[in-house]
Design a protein around this ligand. Structure first.
Ligand code: CNA
Length: 258
């Protein structure tokens, strides 16, 4: 038993289930990256509650309609609030990458568009809402990586391809469907898992939140600072910062080795 940790009895319970499990899946959201200083949408200081623009609300600015009708405002918001090219992985990203390496975790399913899981070394990352790392010309299909996209943004407020077409980030905006096959892959992972850990997500965005219904395994664990509509289905709810929980799990691992 570690003294002074956050909710250690709960973390110890989770630790025991991790040790017993053969196929763990992690389903996460923006709360996984807040400890890397990327704001989420729905926390009190999240992007949706920040005063942004008198004409458009942040919710509207991440929609397909906005991208089509008001691209200048869309790209201004996107660059200002959704791109964090200097962010670094935190304890959660690192712990999950390690868990995959140890053979316990079959994959990370994320709603995040940042690339911090990949940067931490995770291999199987199912990105439900796409990635900021890739951007496609709507006219010719040319693909631009983030650094090239940022260069294009510097020369024009609406990034343009060499062919003159508009470049769209490969992220799923509100009103848009998910990329083909991604949801099916997530279901495949979750339906085979014996432990599902969900963290840092308000579970209000669909279809991502509906993935919970495909879990048939032994234990469902929710780690989120605020309550979610799925808390009642969970075997364990930990209302703590997920990075702190992962640090405690790492300490428990190290103590066991020594
Ligand atoms: P959300 O609706 O903003 O919910 C985040 C949840 O995480 C909230 O319930 C918070 O209480 C909780 N939370 C915040 N910090 C922590 C923490 N350190 N530990 C534990 N819990 C925490 O975000 P969702 O992911 O649920 O919503 C889906 C949207 C948000 C997706 O479409 C994402 O693309 C989008 N988003 C992504 C990023 C990113 O890529 N990092 C950033 C902001 C928004």
């Amino acid at each position: 038993m570690i003294k002074g940790g956050v909710g250690m009895n709960q973390v110890e319970q989770l630790y025991r289930w991790i040790k017993e499990s053969q196929s763990i899946v992690f389903l996460g959201g923006a709360g996984v990256s807040t400890e890397s200083n990327i704001p989420d949408f729905r926390s009190a200081n999240g992007i949706f509650y920040q005063k942004y623009n008198r004409t458009f609300q942040p919710e509207e600015l991440v929609s397909h309609t906005m991208f089509r009708r008001y691209p200048k405002e869309f790209f201004e918001f996107y660059q200002d609030k959704l791109l964090y090219p200097h962010a670094k992985p935190n304890a959660t990203h690192e712990y999950l990458a390690q868990l995959e390496k140890s053979g316990k975790l079959s994959g990370v399913i994320t709603q995040n568009i940042d690339t911090l899981h990949e940067m931490a070394g995770s291999q199987e990352v199912i990105k439900l809402h796409g990635t900021v790392d890739s951007n496609t010309c709507q006219a010719c299909g040319a693909v631009y990586h983030l650094d090239e996209f940022l260069q294009k943004c510097q020369s024009h407020p609406i990034p343009k391809c060499d062919c003159g077409g508009m470049i769209k980030p490969d992220v799923v905006l509100y009103e848009e469907p998910l990329y083909p096959g991604v949801f099916e892959k997530a279901i495949e992972h979750i339906s085979k898992a014996d432990l599902l850990i969900i963290g840092g997500t308000s579970l209000v965005v669909y279809p991502a939140a509906s993935l919970v219904h495909y879990f048939r395994g032994k234990h469902l664990v929710l780690i989120n600072l605020t309550p979610t509509a799925y808390d009642y289905q969970a075997d364990l709810v930990i209302a703590e910062k997920i990075g702190k929980v992962c640090q405690q799990l790492k300490i428990l691992d190290e103590q066991r080795i020594m």
